[in-house]
Ligand binder design. Structure first.
Ligand SMILES: [Zn+2]
Length: 393
């Protein structure tokens, strides 16, 4: 009789203990799941989604279907997709409305101010990307296929458009369209990387029927979301527009169709050039930033010759790349420092391999190296990156 309360007490403690362990496990699992979801490069990226048209402006119409309604529905699904990846999403509209000034629905200036209001939402919110969703229509009913447009002079816009279009065409195996530069007011006015995604032609019977399906709309939203995710995986802090004041005529070819990457020889005594092949007409279409980015990405990949030595740690990412007055400023992720295997000699030759490889590109005369956004850091602790490194003789 006397022992009973003690047994009850012990039992309670035991139950309490099990419960505590259970709760700790539950919290642990929960936070693991949360960090898995939000550990991507999309975390806290501000994306403005603009469902095209709305209110007094229905956009394209066919068989009772209005563009403004499809745009809004796909955009709301895209918001869901991006929010699940950790983005902060701002919608220019969440309902069927327009941005006309009261009494100014007609005329060119009316449309301009309507579109300005949409772009301003991105500017005011300091957004990272502007995605305008539209639906296409064309007089020829057999025309079909999703399309993505960017501003001709925007290299980040182009990169984003290409990555989104790649995902969209995976939904349409017969869609051979590439992303295109388009002279659209929205993307022309935008100060941040902007694209227009045309999710299909309602003038094409097959595509119109597909666009009526919720599953298909979900898969479009998911594809755009994946394209945006890939953009921030390649450029975690976006690509900054460059001011190209130096002529970028001519490719960096030392011979007909090759450029060179410089890697140290096995004894670290010299830099040995390795040829990389490139299509000359492809090269001529790239902007200076894109050319630099290509050479740098290749350099990070490492040498193909077994006797040459890798310089930049393979995990290193290019956080940003800007070119101004002939100086390329490269912001590397901290992996270039944290995974650096060598000493002072390799450090010196690593910087040289970057500078030699970059300055062979006409238009680049010097290189400035940042690590994780910091100026004046060091790759191996011997050389301070507090000055620009000029072209090597
Ligand atoms: Zn439209």
């Amino acid at each position: 009789m006397l022992h009973q309360p003690i047994i009850v007490f012990i039992r309670r403690i035991w139950i309490l203990g099990v419960l505590t362990v259970f709760i700790i496990l539950l919290i642990g699992a929960g936070s693991m799941k949360l960090s898995a979801v939000f550990s991507s490069n999309l975390k806290n990226k501000v994306i403005v989604i603009d469902p095209g048209h709305g209110g007094a402006d229905p956009g394209a119409q066919n068989s009772g279907l209005k563009e403004k309604d499809i745009n809004l529905d796909v955009s709301l699904r895209l918001r869901e997709s991006l929010e699940s990846k950790g983005c902060i999403v701002i919608m220019t509209r969440e309902v069927d409305k327009d941005f006309y000034r009261p009494g100014f629905v007609l005329g060119r200036m009316a449309k301009r101010s309507e579109l300005d209001k949409r772009v301003n939402i991105a500017t005011e919110n300091n957004a990272d990307l502007f995605i305008s969703v539209h639906t296409n229509s064309f007089p020829r009913p057999n025309t079909y296929g999703m399309e993505t447009y960017y501003h001709l002079k925007s290299s980040p816009g182009k990169a984003l458009a290409e990555l989104i279009q790649k995902q969209l065409t995976q939904l349409q195996s017969d869609n051979k369209r590439k992303s295109k530069a388009g002279d659209y007011y929205l993307i022309n006015q935008s100060k941040i990387p902007a694209v227009i995604v045309e999710v299909g032609f309602i003038s094409n019977t097959r595509e119109r029927n597909l666009l009526l399906s919720n599953d298909y709309r979900d898969s479009i939203a998911a594809a755009i979301g994946t394209g945006i995710e890939h953009y921030f995986n390649v450029f975690p802090q976006g690509i900054q527009e460059s001011v190209q004041t130096v002529s970028q005529e001519g490719p960096p070819f030392n011979s007909e169709n090759t450029y060179k990457l410089y890697y140290p020889s096995s004894d670290l005594e010299s830099l040995v050039p390795e040829d990389r092949h490139i299509n000359r007409s492809l090269w001529s279409k790239l902007t200076l930033v894109q050319k630099s980015n290509l050479v740098l990405c290749e350099l990070i990949q490492g040498p193909q010759t077994v006797t040459s030595i890798r310089t930049i740690a393979p995990k290193t990412k290019i956080l940003s790349l800007t070119i101004q007055n002939g100086i390329a400023t490269i912001d590397f992720s901290k992996d270039i420092r944290d995974d650096f295997p060598g000493g002072a000699l390799l450090e010196d030759i690593t910087i040289k391999s970057i500078v030699w490889s970059m300055t062979q590109i006409p238009g680049i005369n010097a290189v400035s190296i940042l690590i994780n956004g910091e100026y004046g850091d060091s790759i191996g602790g011997h050389i301070l990156l507090d000055h620009t490194f000029p072209i090597q003789p």
